[in-house]
Design a protein around this ligand. Structure first.
Ligand SMILES: [Zn+2]
Length: 219
């Protein structure tokens, strides 16, 4: 029982009485647990724990049979130096703890940053997918318009070349909304699916961007 106690020594958590008991022992050059108990009015278990700490700190020797423990530190100056060293150690322990805490905070910030980046990537992917879907819609319509692809329900016949030419000439080869000459194609003003005719009056030139905006408004 006693021996078990002596083996569990944590010098990082010194008993608050550690210094005082150590001084008492070195001053009297006597390493007796019961003397410590009586001098400091503490219980047997606590006295045992302090003695174990004092032994682990190298101030007293171990228990050998019924002989009194040897006091290894012979004078107070040596003891004070040793105690100072222990105080120093517990201070650097505190520094270490603070550093550990900072590392933990940094790690947490790193994780949050990673999650933010991951979210950004997902948002980008979703937007990109949406953009491609919209483009597909337009290109499909273009393919249907040009006769390369047959539309769904009301199959739209290809626009006659002379009608396309007339619309192109009338609109000057430019998007009637923004004047762009990029990605120009023919658009039904009243959509074909809503009964709009395929004639010069109901057709106009639109760029891809303006057509996208128009089809988004119509839905
Ligand atoms: Zn345009």
């Amino acid at each position: 029982m006693l021996n078990d106690l002596y083996q569990i020594v944590d010098l990082d958590e010194l008993d608050p009485m550690f210094d005082e008991v150590a001084r008492f022992i070195v001053q009297n050059q006597q390493g007796s647990t019961s003397a410590v108990q009586h001098r400091f009015l503490i219980g047997y278990n606590r006295a045992g724990r302090i003695m174990a700490q004092i032994e682990a700190a190298g101030i007293i020797g171990s228990v050998e049979g019924s002989n009194p423990r040897e006091v290894l530190i012979k004078d107070m100056v040596s003891l004070e130096m040793l105690l100072e060293n222990y105080t120093y150690c517990s201070q650097s322990e505190e520094l270490l703890l603070r550093r550990k805490k900072n590392e933990e905070i940094q790690r947490q910030q790193w994780i949050e940053e990673q999650q933010r980046l991951e979210r950004e990537q997902i948002v980008y992917k979703i937007k990109e997918r949406h953009r491609i879907k919209q483009l597909e819609k337009i290109i499909r319509q273009e393919l249907i318009d040009s006769g390369e692809l047959f539309g769904e329900q009301p199959k739209r016949p290809p626009i006659p070349k002379e009608v396309v030419d007339a619309v192109y000439t009338r609109d000057g080869g430019r998007c009637v909304y923004c004047g762009s000459i990029q990605n120009i194609h023919i658009d039904h003003i009243i959509p074909f699916s809503k009964g709009g005719a395929t004639n010069v009056e109901n057709l106009q030139l639109l760029c891809q961007k303006c057509n996208l905006e128009k089809s988004n408004k119509i839905g």
